[in-house]
Design a protein around this ligand. Structure first.
Ligand code: URA
Length: 185
């Protein structure tokens, strides 16, 4: 499979009801050969309008963290578990995630990241472990088949609770440090 195949499949996908009200399919953004893959939950309103992930308030917080830590554009790619906006930004249903997860797996296979940071519990449940508790598991690394996975808070959680900001920053910095460590090996 190529990126072109994957993008075509996403754009014409009607595998779940989220296709009915979407303005755009939000596939991902960033470097397609990046060593770090960030995975969110699903597009919100701004993302649905622009067709790009993490462009709203949560995305701005994430951008601030990435820039202040020193991430370069070639260091990361950002995607979501579901690629169409759930109504009223509700959490995507399990059936919607199951219908869509193959596209994220395709992105993972094409990017071949060394590090995956799961932003929030939906991504962490799908990519790390079912029923994972972010408050307990955040910042903890797990290695699977040579790829390092870590969950952290979803940036939208920081908009609701500022006290989570420091830990999320710490986790994103830890991913940056892990990348430098892997590069040095
Ligand atoms: N929240 C997400 O999980 N993903 C986005 O793309 C935007 C907000």
């Amino acid at each position: 499979m190529t990126w072109e195949d994957l993008e075509k499949a996403c754009l014409s996908c009607r595998a779940c009801a989220l296709a009915e009200n979407r303005r755009n399919v939000v596939i991902g953004k960033g470097c397609k050969t990046a060593p770090i893959l960030f995975v969110g939950e699903g597009p919100g309103e701004n993302e649905d309008i622009q067709g790009v992930p993490f462009v709203g308030a949560a995305g701005q917080l994430l951008d601030q963290a990435l820039i202040s830590i020193g991430y370069k554009p070639e260091d990361y790619y950002i995607g979501n578990v579901v690629k169409c906006r759930p109504p009223q930004n509700r959490t995507p249903l399990e059936a919607e995630c199951n219908a869509c997860i193959g596209y994220l797996r395709g992105q993972f296979a094409l990017i071949r990241p060394k590090i995956v940071v799961c932003l929030g519990s939906v991504a962490a449940n799908y990519l790390i472990e079912k029923d994972i508790k972010i408050t307990r598991a955040r910042g903890v690394w797990r290695e699977k088949k040579g790829v390092w996975f870590m969950p952290t808070y979803h940036p939208a959680a920081l908009l609701r609770d500022e006290s989570k900001k420091f830990d999320m920053w710490k986790d994103i910095k830890a991913a940056y440090d892990k990348l430098q460590e892997l590069k040095a090996q």
